[in-house]
Design a protein around this ligand. Structure first.
Ligand SMILES: [Fe+2]
Length: 318
C-alpha cells in the first residue's frame, strides 16, 4: 500500500505540543511536488515555527497516512480545545469529532476490555455533547460525516452521533445526553464476542447463528459492567436496542413502555443506520426510502411518537 500524505489543518495543532507524528510541508517546484519534514513527531511544534507558517500563509501541514492513528490520538487529547476554538472551521471540527470517535472505536473493538475504554468513550461523548449543544451548524455538518460503508465500529459512531443530534432536537438535557451517548457508542461492544464468520455472513442466518448474534446484547452488558464507570442509564441503549414495541424483539421480548426511552430511540437509529449504509447484501438506501421501509414493514417494531419525531428531525436537519 502506498503511504500517502494527508493534509491536516494547522490550527488544530496547539503551539508547543507534541503530536507524535512527523509533520511535513508540501513544496512545489514546477510540476514536482515534494513533502519536506518540518517537525519531527518526537518534538513539540514550537510557537515560532507556527508563526512562520502563518506568515507564509500555510494553513495545512501533511502527515503520512500510516501515522494518522497517532495524529487522532493527539486530537483526542486536544478535542476540548479544538471544539472551543472560534478560529477553526465547523467542518474541520465535525470531521475531528467524527474521526476521533472512529479511532476510539477501532481500539475498543481490538481490545474491548482495555481499562481506559469507558473513560475515553465518556470523554468523547462529553466533548461532543458540548459541541453539538453550542454550535448551530454542528447538526448539518455532523450528518454529512455519517458513513456510507458499514463496519461495526463506524456503525457505533454513526448511531452515537445520530442519537446525540436527535437528543438535542428532542431537548433531552445535557447530563442525560452524556449517559445516552456513551450507551449508544458502546451499544454493540458485545459483537466482539461473536464469531467473525457469523457476523459477516453474506446471506440468511440459520437458527443457531441467529441465536449466537442475539447474544451480543447480554455479552455487551457483561463487558461494560466489568469495566465499570458507566451509569445504569447508559446500559439501556445496550440492553434494549433490539427490543421491539410489539414484544417480538430480543433478548427479553419486552413490550411497549417496558422498553426504556433510550432503548426505543436506539432501536430506531440502529435500524435506520443499517438501512442507509452499504451492506454485503444490500446497497445503501437514501433517508426517505429507508424511513419508508421502517414505517411500512417495521411499524410495530418502533415507538410511534419517537419514530415520527425522528422523521421530523431528519426533515429539519436539526
Ligand atoms: Fe446490536
Amino acid at each position: 500500500m502506498i503511504d500517502e500524505y494527508i493534509p491536516i489543518a494547522l490550527n488544530t495543532i496547539q503551539p508547543n505540543t507534541c503530536t507524535g507524528c512527523n509533520l511535513y510541508i508540501k513544496t512545489r517546484a514546477d510540476v514536482d511536488i515534494r513533502y519536506v519534514l518540518y517537525c519531527n513527531g518526537a518534538n513539540a511544534l514550537k510557537d515560532d515555527k507556527i508563526k512562520e507558517l502563518i506568515y507564509n500563509q500555510i494553513k495545512f501541514l501533511f502527515i503520512r497516512q500510516s501515522e494518522e492513528k497517532l495524529y487522532l490520538r493527539y486530537m483526542e487529547s486536544q478535542l476540548k480545545l479544538v471544539i472551543h476554538d472560534p478560529a477553526i472551521d465547523t467542518n474541520v471540527k465535525s470531521k475531528m469529532v467524527y474521526n476521533v470517535a472512529k479511532s476510539i472505536m477501532i481500539d475498543i473493538f481490538n481490545d474491548p476490555r482495555a481499562g481506559d475504554n469507558v473513560e475515553r468513550s465518556k470523554n468523547w461523548v462529553s466533548n461532543t455533547v458540548e459541541y453539538v449543544l453550542n454550535n448551530k451548524d454542528a447538526t448539518s455538518t455532523m450528518l454529512n460525516m455519517v458513513s456510507y460503508d458499514y463496519y461495526t465500529y463506524t456503525h457505533c459512531v454513526d448511531v452515537s452521533v445520530l442519537g446525540l443530534l436527535f437528543a438535542k432536537y428532542l431537548r433531552i438535557g445535557g447530563r442525560d445526553m452524556h449517559n445516552f451517548g456513551a450507551g449508544l457508542l458502546l451499544h454493540d461492544i458485545g459483537k466482539t464476542e461473536i464469531s467473525i464468520n457469523t457476523l459477516n455472513k453474506n446471506g440468511k442466518l440459520n437458527e443457531s447463528e441467529y441465536a449466537e448474534i442475539k447474544k451480543h446484547v447480554e455479552c455487551g452488558h457483561e463487558i461494560l459492567k466489568g469495566l465499570g464507570g458507566l451509569s445504569e442509564d447508559s446500559f439501556y441503549p445496550v440492553l434494549h436496542h433490539h427490543e421491539k414495541i410489539n414484544g417480538k424483539g430480543y433478548p427479553k421480548g419486552l413490550k411497549g413502555n417496558e422498553i426504556h426511552d433510550y432503548g426505543k430511540i436506539a432501536a430506531i437509529i440502529d435500524v435506520y443506520d443499517a438501512l442507509t449504509t452499504k451492506r454485503p447484501y444490500s446497497d445503501a438506501r437514501k433517508p426517505f426510502p429507508a424511513l419508508q421501509i421502517m414505517k411500512e414493514f417495521m411499524g410495530e417494531h418502533f415507538d410511534e411518537t419517537y419514530f415520527r419525531s425522528f422523521v421530523a428531525f431528519l426533515g429539519s436537519r436539526g
